[in-house]
Design a protein around this ligand. Structure first.
Ligand code: 7TS
Length: 406
């Protein structure tokens, strides 16, 4: 049995009323709520351990440094990386992807080269590559999707050629929920000597991730989408490729020696962690990982799958619903429109009934253009959500439909 009651009690934010109704939070793909264990870890850090790291010989500095480096090992274990120094702490998935696009682009991309991505990317994994390609005179090539919102795999494979320098794609689409066959894509790309970056922002909170098994070159994610704090994230990169990349930001911590006319750079992972890092964020992330591990990623995936199946069946029974993303392998979110009505109208009515869903383009404007819609309503589920909450959503959508289709 999944301990849903215990879990819900760990998330204080869920226990409040909005518009005099019990809050139902279905905007988990935007950010997840935080358990008390994470909030407490941040509080404990500032109350007991706060200090700048890697630079002091005194007690607090050593304690804070040790906790920070322990966290790096725990992230390594969480995604099953080979080395702790392959884990770079960043602000989030966006910064992780920008780091790779900027440094890789600067050293490895020449005019005429190509980068392959997909139409389902979040802007965070699209704009950095698009702009880098524009700057370097390279070409961004974009794989499409089928009517179910699944990647056109043959199309994507057809785009990879001798000019391809990188394949960058989402593990899980934040709009469609599609779980992409990333292992197969990595294997295909590697046979042609092309590295692969996976945007795991929507992956790590739903699926067990093993970067060695996937064999990807980079894997990026944000703490705040996996029950941890905002402002902290991770870039995993294989040691060899990280060694080859130039530094991203320059300043303290990332140097080895500074002379008047030149500078030598620190070893991994510090080469990519310029300036004072988000130590409190790392403390929170560590607590979030512990929470996920104690709950069990496989149990979480199974529970969320049950929620997705239940919600899909109930919402499909409402006449006139249009779904965007019906892939066979899907994470726990549903994007929809009620007939020809506008997503903002639906979202606003649902909101007044106490249910938080997201509406709009979800930072995926190329995908919206491709599907020829202005946006969708997106309900995204976490493992603290319940069947009862899904029933409230169904009732709210029926009400919205009644009001909008009159
Ligand atoms: N990649 C994907 C697939 C995402 O869903 C998001 C954020 C990002 C990257 C960027 O993450 P950040 O933490 O660096 O901002 N997605 C969403 C969303 O779907 N609604 O709000 C944010």
């Amino acid at each position: 049995m999944f301990p849903i009651e215990k879990i819900r009690n760990d998330f204080p934010v869920l226990h409040q009323q909005v518009y005099k109704r019990q809050l139902v939070y279905f905007d988990n793909a935007a950010t997840t709520q935080k358990p008390v264990q994470v909030i407490e870890a941040i509080r404990h850090y500032y109350e007991r351990d706060n200090c700048n790291i890697h630079r002091g010989v005194h007690y607090l500095s050593l304690k804070a440094t040790e906790a920070y480096e322990e966290a790096r090992k725990e992230v390594r274990d969480f995604i099953h990386a080979r080395h702790a120094h392959e884990i770079i702490f960043t602000k989030g998935a966006t910064e992780s992807i920008n780091l790779v696009a900027a440094t890789f682009g600067k050293w490895f991309v020449q005019p005429g080269d190509e980068v392959v991505t997909t139409i389902m990317e979040h802007h965070s994994n699209f704009v950095p590559w698009q702009q880098m390609c524009l700057e370097r005179g390279a070409k961004l090539r974009i794989a499409g999707i089928n009517d179910s919102g699944e990647l056109d795999l043959e199309g994507l494979f057809g785009l990879i050629n001798e000019n391809t320098k990188m394949v960058a794609l989402a593990h899980v689409s934040n709009v469609l929920g599609t779980i992409n066959p990333v292992k197969e894509i990595v294997s295909f790309a590697h046979e042609r000597g092309v590295p692969v970056l996976i945007d795991g922002a929507q992956g790590v909170s739903h699926l067990p991730v093993d970067v060695q098994d996937l064999d990807c070159d980079f894997y990026c994610f944000s703490g705040h989408k996996m029950y941890g704090p905002m402002g902290i994230g991770v870039l995993y990169g294989k040691e060899k490729i990280l060694e080859e990349l130039p530094p991203y930001q320059l300043g303290g911590e990332m140097i080895k020696d500074v002379f008047l006319d030149h500078t030598t750079f620190n070893e991994l992972p510090f080469k990519f962690e310029a300036g004072t890092p988000n130590v409190a964020g790392v403390a929170g992330l560590r607590a979030a990982i512990k929470y996920l591990q104690e709950t069990g990623m496989t149990a979480i995936a199974a529970y969320e799958e049950m929620l997705l199946r239940d919600a899909t069946a109930k919402l499909s029974a409402i006449p006139g619903m249009r779904f965007f993303g019906t892939a066979a392998h899907k994470a726990s979110l549903i994007s929809f429109l009620i007939g020809q009505t506008h997503p903002f109208d639906t979202g606003s009515i649902i909101d007044k009934l106490g249910i938080a869903v997201r509406t709009g383009h979800h930072c995926a404007m190329p995908l919206m253009d491709y599907m020829k819609i202005p946006g969708t309503v997106r309900a995204s589920f976490a493992f603290y959500n319940t069947i009862e909450e899904i029933d409230l959503l169904v009732a709210a959508i029926e009400k919205a439909k009644e009001m909008l289709e009159d």
